[in-house]
Design a protein around this ligand. Structure first.
Ligand code: SAM
Length: 278
């Protein structure tokens, strides 16, 4: 018997009007719909009058369930994979299933639609010609800073997914590690309270200082080249070192803020210049 086809079907990231005609047809025709959370997806499917056979496929059952789905595909069944929102496999389960299906000679067909990454980038106002998608940052601060450091010198816009309650801490780490870059926080995309907060890290932090970050967020970080007019840190440091009213700590913060350079770098350079001037 001929193999079936595996469809990777994108679903909306908020606004149900973003469901495509093709996605609805493929899901109606599929023998099996594999979903991250069947209860969540049942609501979406019901909305579009889709009554297919739904089964779960998520991070903790993906090995076992992957085997079952591959078996069904080998028997000739068509399988449609969906995630809770957006495009499956993009920071969502699915990659192993696609990899194994490809290895087994099964045809894999993408059904494109919404993805938070491209949706955020398209309206960010940041350069779109090439970008780096970095997924979720680690939860632990040490690892998070490590990852930010690895991507500090990336010459393209870097896009992260982030949980709303972690955003302020992540922005503080970003300021420390990468300096006061231009960033965009794209919140609640395609939903009622959709919002783009654009500016330097300091400005965006100020915008969230007196309100809780709610909903889903994408964080886009511009490369250093997108910083406004470059200022030479040495010029500023020499001027501020001569100011007896400015503490060393405040001077470092001010220069890091004005130049967008990482605080640690400014701190080290300030020590060198101070010693040289003694
Ligand atoms: N596969 C999905 C896609 O294609 O966009 C992403 C799934 S990932 C588990 C979920 C993350 O995507 C959220 O934590 C958030 O960072 C981002 N996200 C999803 N929907 C969003 C929305 N409507 N507005 C802003 N960010 C969103």
């Amino acid at each position: 018997m001929a193999n079936g086809t595996l469809y990777i079907v994108a679903t909306p990231i908020g606004n149900l009007e973003d469901m495509t005609f093709r996605a609805v047809r493929i899901l109606k025709e599929a023998d099996v719909i594999a979903a991250e959370d069947t209860r969540h997806s049942r609501r979406l499917l019901t909305h579009f009058g889709i009554n297919g056979h739904l089964t779960s496929y998520f991070d903790h059952n993906k090995s076992l369930k992957g085997e079952y789905l591959l078996e069904r595909l080998r028997e000739g069944a068509s399988v449609a994979l969906i995630s809770d929102a957006g495009t499956p496999c993009i920071s969502d389960p699915g990659y192993q299933l696609v990899r194994d299906a490809v290895a087994a000679g099964i045809v894999v067909v993408p059904i494109p639609g919404a993805s938070a990454t491209v949706t955020a980038l398209s309206a960010s106002g940041l350069p779109t010609d090439s970008f780096t998608f970095a997924g979720f940052l680690p939860n632990r601060q040490g690892k998070r800073r490590e990852r930010l450091t690895q991507l500090r010198d990336e010459g393209r816009v870097v896009i992260y997914y982030e949980a709303p309650h972690r955003l302020p801490a992540t922005l503080a780490d970003l300021l420390e590690v990468c300096g006061d870059r231009q960033i965009v926080v794209a919140r609640e995309l395609t939903k009622l309270f959709e919002e783009f907060v654009r500016g330097s890290v300091t400005e965006v932090l100020a915008s969230f200082a007196h309100r809780e970050v709610k909903g889903e967020v994408v964080l886009l970080v511009a490369p250093t080249a997108e910083m406004p007019a470059a200022v030479d840190p040495d010029d500023l440091l020499q001027r501020y070192l001569a100011d007896p009213d400015l503490s060393f700590r405040d001077m470092v913060s001010r220069v890091a803020g004005e130049t967008g350079a990482p605080r640690s770098e400014i701190y080290a350079r300030a020590l060198e210049l101070r010693d040289a001037l003694r």
